[in-house]
Design a protein. Structure first.
Length: 282
């Protein structure tokens, strides 16, 4: 049996299993007294997906037929697939998932607790748009003034381009700006219709000529470990190596941790986090 045939059979088995697991009432169908099959009938899935019964039957039989992204979207909706199941459906069908749906920006409690326990190392969790979903007190004291911001402005890119103090706080502001925009463009290219992406781009375009200039250069860059250097108003010059880790349950969330580059930097952060003030940048 060749590899393509195996893939078609896996797709057929996956569709059949999800059809049989979905209760009629979950799909808005009245079960009726004469229903003898588990889950939905093939003709019901076909009708809800906008395809013919014959075509859907061939698909469940593992026949060699062409499947488009539009059809897969219809099947995913009809079968009430989760985000993970939807990605799996596209993988089995061999179709690129060009318009994935980002997960809601919810940080699980265990991850929040982990961020807190990383202090005095600054740490935070970001999403696709670099919104700061959660952060520890060390990060708040390093950057300053985060707690009082509206949710839409508690965003790394927004702060970088609209807060004047970031240009003195970050020693390598120009490099930081280009790096973050390159990573941002590389990730949001998969979600051209995401409303938060559009909202952030529109706000930055209106607020920052520097953003407009850099964005027009179409920077694209993968994450690479680098040193971040700060000139903090209280802690002085501090440098960090930082790690960026993908969150397993949501590949659009990342845990970012700043590790002091030297014992002197580590001591500076310990003293800052023990201070009674927030160390907010002016």
């Amino acid at each position: 049996m060749d590899e393509n045939m195996t893939q078609r059979e896996l797709l057929a088995g996956f569709l059949r299993s999800r059809r049989e697991m979905l209760r009629p009432e979950e799909a808005g169908i009245e079960p009726g007294p004469r229903r003898r099959v588990p889950g939905l009938r093939r003709e019901e899935v076909a009708q809800m997906s906008g395809v013919s019964v014959t075509w859907y039957t061939w698909l469940e039989q593992g026949r060699k037929i062409t499947v488009s992204g539009q059809v897969l979207e219809g099947l995913a909706r009809a079968l009430r697939l989760s985000a993970a199941e939807r990605r799996h459906l596209y993988t089995l069908a061999g179709v690129a998932l060009s318009h994935d749906v980002p997960q809601p920006a919810v940080v699980n409690p265990t991850l929040r607790a982990l961020v807190e326990t990383l202090a005095p190392n600054p740490a935070h969790v970001t999403n696709l748009c670099w919104d700061l979903l959660t952060y520890n007190r060390a990060y708040e004291q390093l950057v300053g003034g985060l707690d009082g911001l509206p949710d839409g402005q508690r965003n790394s890119i927004w702060l970088l381009f609209t807060r004047p103090s970031m240009r003195t706080l970050l020693v390598d502001w120009q490099r930081e700006a280009k790096d973050i925009l390159g990573q941002f463009r590389a990730s949001v290219g998969r979600y051209p219709n995401d409303p938060r992406v559009r909202e952030l781009l529109d706000a930055l375009t209106a607020a920052s000529p520097d953003f407009v200039r850099m964005w027009s250069e179409h920077p694209v860059q993968a994450f690479t470990p680098a040193m971040k250097r700060f000139q903090h108003p209280m802690a002085g010059r501090v440098a960090f190596n930082y790690a960026k880790l993908t969150v397993a349950e949501d590949h659009n969330q990342h845990l970012v941790v700043f590790l002091p580059a030297s014992p002197t930097d580590e001591q500076a952060m310990r003293e800052l986090t023990l201070s009674d003030t927030t160390g907010s940048a002016p």
